[in-house]
Design a protein around this ligand. Structure first.
Ligand SMILES: NC(=O)c1ccc[n+]([C@@H]2O[C@H](COP(=O)([O-])OP(=O)(O)OC[C@H]3O[C@@H](n4cnc5c(N)ncnc54)[C@H](OP(=O)(O)O)[C@@H]3O)[C@@H](O)[C@H]2O)c1
Length: 296
């Protein structure tokens, strides 16, 4: 299986590379190699490498920044994935593209199904939805995986921010009225490779699929509490979590109140098992400790 991956240093990109056992016939391109702001750059890379499967782990992920940069968000999240999909379709390959729960407005009670109506409430979500639609139209042999609340030992994310800020303060005010399920980039990467292997084996199930961590629904405050429980067990110290509403923490982009994704379809179609998010968090925090130890 010849694989071309877009995204090199991002959370998912690094997790994909780490989870890949066979490094042959596997090419990874970062933004310096194929900048999505010029959609023809990644499309040309597809035409040059002629992969069986393309993985798009690259995206414009600055949710607040996108509010002031609609053109940038749409170039990277919509135009480039569609151009890649056109090139993939022309070459007879397949595509796995990653999207977000932010395509929904969060007004539903319970987990979102793939068939639920989309209605993004911020520009990032609009651009990601346009990307999904462009991909699926241009390349019917595509799998779109929508995920939520991604974190990892690498890059910028909620877990690392909590650990950094939590070490400096006695209490933190964290939003408690947005719920979801955190997703480990490692678990997401394993899911992407499972889908890629199934496609290569002729067991593809095309279209949109939802994937997140398993276990109970959580608010951002619950997520922070779980991070600090781990920290306390290791260091004996932790900050207090003061639970606040979204209205007390206004940001440029509005966030959905409900980010829960129903992951039944991907479990059935690709045999994916959802690791409870607290278990995956402990594993990521252990990797974070190892990398902190090795750099210090
Ligand atoms: N983070 C979340 O909480 C979250 C939630 C739901 C869905 N998602 C989706 O999950 C996927 C992976 O996200 P992530 O958290 O791994 O993102 P991330 O850590 O922010 O990494 C972004 C990736 O996109 C690449 N990139 C950014 N601008 C680019 C450009 N102009 N041209 C080419 N590549 C560019 C970066 O390139 P380099 O490799 O060169 O740095 C990097 O690999 C994305 O589709 C995202 O929308 C993320």
């Amino acid at each position: 299986m010849r694989v071309l991956q877009f995204g090199k240093c991002g959370q998912l990109a690094l997790a994909l590379a780490a989870a890949r056992t066979d490094q042959t016939n596997y090419k990874v391109l970062g933004s310096a190699d194929a900048d999505f702001r010029d959609p023809d750059a990644p499309a040309q890379a597809v035409r040059d490498y002629k992969p069986d499967i393309v993985l798009i782990a690259a995206a414009y992920t600055d949710v607040d920044g996108a509010e002031a940069d609609r053109a940038g968000a749409f170039a990277v999240n919509a135009a480039a994935p569609e151009a890649i999909a056109q090139a993939v379709n022309a070459s007879g390959g397949a595509l796995i593209h990653v999207s977000t729960d932010y395509v929904f407005d969060g007004r539903k009670t319970g987990g979102y199904l793939e068939t639920d109506a989309t209605h993004p409430i911020n520009i990032y979500g609009e651009s990601k939805l346009a990307g999904e639609q462009g991909v699926l139209k241009a390349a019917p042999r595509s799998v779109v995986i929508r995920t939520s609340w991604v974190y990892s030992e690498n890059g910028k994310n909620f877990v690392k921010t909590m650990l950094r800020v939590g070490a400096e303060r006695d209490e933190l005010h964290i939003v408690d009225d947005q719920i979801g399920r955190p997703t480990s980039a490692t678990e997401l990467a394993i899911t992407v490779w499972t889908a890629a292997d199934a496609i290569a084996a002729g067991r593809a199930h095309w279209g949109v699929h939802h994937f997140s961590g398993g276990g109970a629904a959580a608010s951002w405050a619950d997520f922070a509490d779980a991070v600090f429980e781990f920290q306390q067990a290791k260091t004996g110290k932790r900050p207090a979590v003061i639970r606040i509403g979204s209205n007390d923490y206004l940001r440029p982009a509005q966030r959905p109140k409900n980010s829960l994704l129903d992951c039944g379809l991907i479990k059935e179609a690709y045999g994916i098992k959802l690791k409870p998010w607290r278990e995956a968090l402990v594993e990521t925090m252990a990797r974070l400790e190892v990398s902190a130890g090795s750099s210090g």
